[in-house]
Write a new protein. Structure first.
Length: 229
């Protein structure tokens, strides 16, 4: 398989987007359009279709739930650009077409921020569904607190009293990508500022705004001249 080109899918953000939405949009940075050239084995069951259509159907079947260490996770077959002459190999009833096509892929990258929903809670951490792939957050990386696994299948922070459960919407950062087996294993953290359950981020933002307002008021008071008696 030969890789021709790779272009990042671009996203434009406007000034009215708050920090929250901006971080979610950062997920787009890991989507790529990839042009590939390869010989595609078209099965005999597709011989009755026009060549281009048969190759496209075969590609969609080939790349369904497909992950490649070099390319990433294939999201969709976008377009079949060109199909050459077919070749039949002795003893094989299928036809092989030298084809050029475009794929939409998602490639996990270290330090990128991802948005997802908690799909499972365990005694060692949480699994997060990022839409395209799943990732794992170790219990020690779920929040900046001592965390325990409760009888109600939640993760609870000792000091903060915060809880993490299934269906919670979260922002996390990729801190590890390993390739063992057919799929990549993605490790994430939510301990850093601006990450975690969306409700926590909102709470932290409100707390920070109150602290800033208080600091400004205190500064104004200290600058006012004292009245003489």
């Amino acid at each position: 398989m030969r890789l021709f080109s790779q272009n990042k899918v671009k996203t434009q953000t406007t000034s009215f987007l708050n920090e929250f939405l901006f971080k979610i949009i950062l997920n787009v940075k890991m989507f790529y359009l990839v042009e590939v050239q390869d010989y595609i084995r078209v099965e005999p069951k597709l011989f009755g279709l026009p060549t281009l259509e048969s190759v496209e159907k075969q590609l969609k079947e080939m790349y369904k739930d497909h992950y490649d260490k070099e390319l990433g996770k294939v999201v969709s077959v976008i377009e079949v650009i060109d199909v050459g002459e077919g070749v039949i190999i002795h003893g094989d009833g299928a036809a092989y077409y030298n084809s050029r096509f475009k794929l939409l892929i998602w490639k996990p990258k270290l330090h990128e921020i991802v948005y997802g929903v908690i799909s499972e809670i365990t005694n060692f951490g949480a699994f997060i569904d990022m839409g395209v792939m799943n990732g794992m957050i170790h219990i020690s990386q779920t929040m900046n607190d001592y965390v325990s696994f409760s009888k109600t299948n939640n993760l609870l922070g000792k000091a903060s009293k915060r809880s993490l459960k299934q269906e919670d919407l979260c922002l996390a950062r990729i801190i590890a990508v390993s390739h063992k087996g057919e799929e990549a294993k993605i490790g994430l953290t939510m301990r850093q500022p601006g990450l975690g359950k969306l409700e926590w981020i909102k709470e932290d933002q409100i707390k920070k705004e109150k602290e800033i307002k208080k600091a400004l008021k205190d500064e104004e008071k200290s600058e006012k001249p004292k009245k003489k008696k």
